[in-house]
Design a protein around this ligand. Sequence first.
Ligand SMILES: Nc1ncnc2c1ncn2[C@@H]1O[C@H](COP(=O)(O)OP(=O)(O)O)[C@@H](O)[C@H]1O
Ligand SMILES: [Mg+2]
Length: 256
Amino acid sequence: MTTTTHAPVATAASARDLTKTYGTGAAAVHALDGVDVDLAPGRFTAVMGPSGSGKSTLMHCLAGLDRPTRGTVTVDGVDLTRLDDDRLTRFRRDHLGFVFQAFNLLPMLTARQNILLPLELAGRRVDANVCDDLDTVVSVLGLGDRLGHRPSELSGGQQQRVAIARALVSQASIVFADEPTGNLDSAASAEVLAYLRRSVRELGRTVVMVTHEIDAAAYADDVVVLADGRIRSHLVSPSRAELVSVLAGSSHRDAS
Ligand SMILES: Nc1ncnc2c1ncn2[C@@H]1O[C@H](COP(=O)(O)OP(=O)(O)O)[C@@H](O)[C@H]1O
Ligand SMILES: [Mg+2]
């Protein structure tokens, strides 16, 4: 039986006046320039924008991997900017999951061992609850018959699904994914994106995915479009046509 001790929060993650400046004076780069954003829980949000628009910086600040120059970030009702480094590390470990372009799996470990590694490093016992969670996640991600395999015995798409399972099994309420299909061909990308979407639908998790590919963003529920460190639009359940038209105006380059 699980009970929540706090009222449900209306947003999974939000930022107010989020500003990140690298360097000073004439060399200053305003990677984020006063971003206000609210990301809905239980939804799949894509963060899009041209290269250098601040996508990764936004994700890193929202995920407590980087500290903003100014502004606040609230995740699961907690203001991350008020946490010291130790508490921020613990918060990340207990509340957030990460998926990167590189799968970052350890080659000598099986898929199952890779998935459970963060829990073991955190000193958590792999008890019945964890095993139940593992079974559910593995079945949603279609990895049931791959758990005993090492990464070298898996396709790229399967390896990224193991990385997603690793992010989900920690019971993370939000999974942040930065260009998760960047190393995959189009068939494997479609596979991974469909499984990410299933994790949101069937496990009720929140996924925030940075991508510069419209085909990837089309799998998301909502799309945040950045340009020059600012939010250009926040589209809720956009059609593909809507997405294409907004993106056509967000870049000087005409990508498609
Ligand atoms: N560590 C850093 N030092 C200096 N400039 C950086 C650093 N990280 C990012 N930037 C700059 O901030 C801007 C936004 O970068 P980034 O968030 O990585 O964009 P994106 O992920 O959309 O490509 C870019 O101009 C980039 O060069
Ligand atoms: Mg980036």
